[in-house]
Write a protein that binds this ligand. Structure first.
Ligand code: SAM
Ligand code: SF4
Length: 482
């Protein structure tokens, strides 16, 4: 069933990685008491969380396996954002049911947003599930596993106001050794009416800036060359050391997102910095000027708009109008002229008329996004929209509008690629191209995939590439000497 369409074959990390399983320490000869298997769905935050879970499990004597058939513990880190995301998880559980029939000793744990949304109901609905653990309760996993081993069902879905897992060093799972996600905050206070996130991930809280810097430094020192700072609304990052903590020489000056970006950028000019996601109402000039000032903060902003109609935006509780959003895009282009821009769009939200839909298309025409993630509206139980509005747009209309939007965006993204032909861009090498080991691939500042002959280059190098041609999703070029 089509519920998500991407404009071209460049896909968001999280889209490509759905269902990815990890074996972070396959070569590790330690004698672990049990083996766990973990696979993740949904947004980048979930993938980052799985790395925290792996760290907690490893330090409690559990080793990872990439093969679910040899696992004692199977974890599935779930997403609730759309109905389809939940259906995918349910389908995957039926496969684990078969495994459990063969080996009844296996424990199956559901983590993340679906666990939080459904709580104990999950165990009633899916008999094979032994553990249900919400996103703020991962520290309690070892105890919950012990409880489940006695035959009890173990549930912890308590949300926290301060958990950020700041002190836990994530174990990088299936990493290419070049790019890493670094979680800078958790939760969301925005209450967009269509969105389940505030209910599944709780109140917004920012992680200790010192621990973020420390994690980024460690990554850089072990060879990583790009970090993506993650949060549902990174621009509202705000952290201040508590009075007790400031004695160890730490500053009590509050750190804003602009300040944090700068601190990370100053670690090394060779460390690229990206971030996601920005909320149009919160991204400030200070952030834009910080990006413009530092060559290693990538000129790329993901700025979800959701709709081009001010009337629909109001129903969505996005707290900005079409005009306000356009002014923000103008400001970005004024301060960072070559900034790559991407967005999220929803078609068929409650009461959306053809006129509203045309407004969304005309906004896309104005912004000419380099990349867009487009979805049709999926009502989520418990959200403001589900409580207040009727999901009144027929599915065929939602899908037709989505298709029109995708068709329009395809034109814009191809034009965006074509505009780069003839240019020279700086690329961070990420590994071999998908098609041949003779070519390497990486991304440019604006997050576009660039493929080029490998020569003497290797992962983690920076190289200037002259772009000679393109497809809808890839720039193709030749590396320049030096
Ligand atoms: N925090 C980010 C923001 O505000 O843009 C993104 C959060 S969400 C994980 C990613 C995208 O999923 C949203 O930007 C929205 O386009 C889409 N989305 C969220 N709820 C949805 C729903 N009920 N139906 C369809 N798409 C939805
Ligand atoms: Fe959901 Fe809105 Fe928060 Fe994004 S900002 S996570 S869309 S409530």
């Amino acid at each position: 069933m089509m519920d998500t369409l991407l404009a071209n074959d460049i896909k968001q990390h999280d889209e490509v990685r759905q269902g990815e399983a990890f074996a972070p320490f396959m070569m590790d000869n330690n004698a672990y008491k049990k083996r766990f298997f973990i696979e993740s769905y949904g947004c980048a935050m979930n993938f980052a969380d799985s790395e925290v879970v792996a760290s907690i499990l490893q330090s409690n004597g559990y080793g990872a396996t990439k093969n679910c058939e040899e696992a004692d513990l199977i974890f599935i880190n779930t997403c609730s954002i759309r109905e389809k995301a939940e259906a995918t998880v349910r389908k995957r559980l039926t496969e684990f049911r078969k495994l459990k029939k063969v080996n009844p000793g296996i424990l199956v744990g559901v983590l993340g947003c679906m666990a939080e949304r459904l709580k104990e109901k999950f165990i009633q609905e899916e008999k094979l599930v032994d553990l249900v653990v919400g996103p703020d309760a991962y520290r309690t996993l070892p105890g919950l596993i012990e409880e489940a081993e006695t035959g009890q069902k173990a549930v912890n879905v308590l949300l926290s106001r301060d958990e950020t897992y700041a002190d836990i060093a994530p174990i990088r799972l299936n990493s290419n050794g070049v790019n890493a996600f670094v979680s800078i905050m958790r939760g969301c206070n925005n209450m967009c009416s269509f969105c389940v996130v505030p209910f599944t991930r709780g109140r917004e809280r920012s992680r200790d800036a010192n621990s973020i810097i420390h994690e980024c430094e460690e990554l850089f020192n072990s060879g990583y060359r790009e970090v993506t700072l993650l949060g549902q609304n990174v621009d509202s990052y705000y952290w201040q050391a508590s009075p007790g903590l400031s004695e160890g020489g730490q500053t009590r000056v509050p750190v804003t997102f602009a300040g944090l970006l700068e601190m990370v950028a100053l670690i090394s000019p060779l460390l690229r910095v990206r971030f996601s996601t920005s909320h149009p109402k919160d991204i400030t000039d200070e952030v834009l000027f910080t990006i413009a000032r530092h060559a290693n903060i990538c000129n790329y902003i993901h700025l979800p708009v959701q709709s081009g109609s001010s009337r629909v935006l109001q129903l969505m509780n996005r707290t900005y109008s079409r005009e306000w959003y356009i002014a923000k895009v103008n400001r970005i282009r004024e301060i960072i002229p070559d900034c790559g821009l991407s967005t999220d769009m929803i078609t068929g939200f409650c009461t959306e008329t053809e006129e509203d839909h045309l407004q969304s298309l005309s906004l896309m025409e104005y912004c000419k996004y380099d990349l867009a993630y487009m979805y049709f509206y999926s009502e989520r139980p418990g959200t403001l929209a589900a409580r207040r509005f009727k999901d009144d747009i027929p599915e065929d209309v939602k899908k037709r509008r989505l298709q029109e939007m995708v068709d329009l965006h395809r034109i814009h993204s191809l034009q965006s690629m074509q505009r780069d032909v003839g240019k020279i861009c700086r690329v961070l090498v990420e590994g071999f191209s998908k098609k041949t080991a003779e070519d390497l691939q990486g991304r440019n500042d604006q997050n576009k995939v660039v493929v080029f002959p490998k020569g003497n280059l290797k992962k983690g190098d920076y190289v200037n590439v002259k772009i000679e041609s393109c497809t809808a999703g890839t720039l193709i070029g030749t590396p320049l000497p030096g």
